[in-house]
Design a protein around this ligand. Structure first.
Ligand code: AVI
Length: 335
């Protein structure tokens, strides 16, 4: 899953951004992968597609708006936990580390940790190159002494990372409960890869907690319709990138809590019987037929710790808010 990229060393920020842009060759491939996965999802049950396709530039912008919504508690709760416990986190993670963030987006949460963690280098990884480069430039401006080396790519795929810094322990940062967007098998596989990559260091992981389904329902069905737009952007993206002609008004956003699976499910539901086409292949969607676009698993503290142990980590402290909405875990990765 993870591996070093020989020769991807230091250099100026613009050179490092160039490296990130050069890794776009991986994203060019993603265009055809998106088409193939969309065709597969439309052609036959289970009619499901990976949520990774939400995150083009527009999708990343919409996700940033979701994080500001009053109903979407995870972001502000996790931010408060990171701010409050930054010192305790640095005490277990250590200072001067080689800090790797999986799915860094706008790199906003890491800012809360930088003064306490004082990493020697920061490697933000993200699939949305444009977003990543903008974020890295902003971060470098704010922290001129920080060595920022963005890596554009899909951190769930075979990703080549720069060689570790000699003598620095690797600390991973995976906030936002993005772990919940994986299937349980993918989550285990991701954590196993991370435990190998971070040997001798550890992972700081954010995980959303099981709670009152009404709170969850509101968080994924916000009054302003931003989550609906985020969900529908998957079809808008197909129109932009694949030349499809999905009529977004013919779909509605559906999000509900599946208690048996401990997850929010998001779907795009066809409002009517309609025919759609992708690259010359047409598909009939019945009224009420759903395209499953995302799962967002919720965890108990103990459940998350069990998963981490299975993946090879030794769980350390976990921090939660007074309302038990969200959790942040330190997971030590033994040598
Ligand atoms: C990125 N991820 C953790 C978000 C979540 O809550 O599962 C994505 C999201 N989907 C709808 N709203 C936010």
């Amino acid at each position: 899953m993870f591996g070093p990229a020989p020769g991807a060393g230091g250099g100026t920020l613009s050179a490092r951004i160039l490296e990130a842009e050069q890794q776009l060759s991986g994203q060019a491939l993603e265009g055809s992968e998106f088409q193939r996965d969309l065709q597969r999802a439309l052609a036959a049950p289970p009619h499901a597609i990976s949520p990774k396709y939400f995150y083009d530039t527009e999708g990343s912008r919409l996700f940033d708006r979701i994080c500001e919504l009053p109903e979407y508690y995870p972001t502000r709760t996790e931010r408060a936990l990171l701010a409050e416990h930054a010192g305790a986190i640095a005490a277990v993670a250590g200072t001067g580390a080689d800090l790797v963030e999986f799915g860094a987006g706008s790199c906003s949460k890491v800012r809360l940790l930088l003064p306490a963690l004082q990493p020697r280098r920061y490697l933000p990884i993200d699939i949305s190159t444009e977003h990543l480069v903008d974020a890295a430039v902003g971060l470098r401006r704010e922290h001129p002494g920080l060595h920022v080396q963005p890596v554009a790519g899909d951190y769930t795929a075979a990703l080549r990372l720069p060689d570790p810094l000699p003598g620095a322990r690797r600390v991973g940062f995976f906030p936002g409960s993005t772990i919940g967007n994986f299937t349980p098998e993918e989550a285990l596989q991701f954590l196993r890869g991370a435990a190998r990559l971070l040997r001798g260091g550890g992972l700081l992981l954010g995980a959303d907690l099981v709670k009152d389904p009404n709170v969850l329902h509101a968080a994924y069905n916000d009054a302003q319709g931003v989550t609906a737009a985020f969900n529908l952007n998957l079809l808008a993206r197909a129109n932009r990138e694949l030349g499809t002609a999905f009529d977004l008004d013919r779909f509605w956003h559906s999000a509900f809590y599946n208690a048996a699976q401990q997850r929010i499910e998001m779907h795009l539901v066809s409002r009517c019987r309609q025919q759609v086409a992708v690259d010359g292949h047409s598909y009939v969607l019945e009224a009420g037929q759903a395209l499953h676009t995302e799962n967002s698993y919720k965890f108990s503290i103990e459940g998350l710790r069990r998963l981490a142990v299975q993946a090879g980590f030794r769980p350390g402290p976990a921090w939660t808010d007074p309302g038990n909405l969200f959790s942040v875990h330190w997971l030590h990765a033994p040598e």
